[in-house]
Design a protein around this ligand. Sequence first.
Ligand SMILES: C[S@@+](CC[C@H](N)C(=O)[O-])C[C@H]1O[C@@H](n2cnc3c(N)ncnc32)[C@H](O)[C@@H]1O
Length: 301
Amino acid sequence: MPGTAPQQTDLDGMDGGVGLTALLVAAARAIETHRHDSLAQDVYAEHFVRAAPACTSWPVRIEQVPDKDDNPLWGRFARYFGLRTRVLDDFLLQAVGTSVRQVVLLGAGLDTRAFRLDWPADLVVFEIDRAGVLDFKQQVLTGLSAAPRAKRVPVPVDLREDWVTVLTTAGFDPAVPSVWLAEGLLFYLPGPAETYLIDTVDRLTTAGSALAFEAKLEKDLLAYRDSPIYTATREQIGIDLLLLFDTGPRPDSAGDLTAKGWSTSMHTPFDFTRRHGRGPVPEANDALEGNRWLFAHKPRP
Ligand SMILES: C[S@@+](CC[C@H](N)C(=O)[O-])C[C@H]1O[C@@H](n2cnc3c(N)ncnc32)[C@H](O)[C@@H]1O
């Protein structure tokens, strides 16, 4: 990406910096998987957590958490990730329908949708993340002899660089419809990298394509520094999310997509808590208050 300086630490590994956040989401998915009222199932998630030296003391079942659902990190925050996983599983399967054959997971992390979801025949899942994350993921999946339910193409590249060439070289075809996902990603990227990403998704998609992403609308992220979620994440597992998030000005990506002719709808997570009858509900000093899930479709003529 021309003009954007790297701001993240530990660009290659899983054991620190932004790579560790992928493990946090995996631990949350493991916990969700084994809940009696589970919203999403990911049988691979706990294996990533167990394979990572940085997470030996992390729980993978809610029963392993002394204060269980009262724990802001492994209770409420993990449930948030469980709900997000379910909602975006549903989005992807619906958006793919019977005609789309390409899915692009941006900042895929330890997302195992290529292995978990019931995809149409011949579908290709491109997983973009940094090499260190994708290597670790591959190692664990190979150890489990996991078999993908779609053709899976890992695409190791940094999204602040020229990732388009790497993606198209890996086989992505801009001439046919595609479905894209940026789950838990955009707030780690500098604003210009997000703008570039949205412009690029628009440029690489034909009518009938779709995109979902997660955004944080707070004007001042630091205002939530002492929220129960951020405090627990910092104190219990040493991840200071506010140091990893990019705190520069954010573009209005939903507005940009609308201006480019996409139809968009924006929801709070709490909309889906109501729909599913479980999930996080609003609380005081809530780090999730500004979180939004955006669903966008590029209309057919
Ligand atoms: C919180 S994790 C979310 C992973 C996955 N989307 C999920 O929801 O399970 C954020 C992911 O974004 C990736 N990421 C952050 N910045 C990136 C960048 N500049 N280039 C590529 N990947 C990046 C991280 O490596 C990490 O895997």
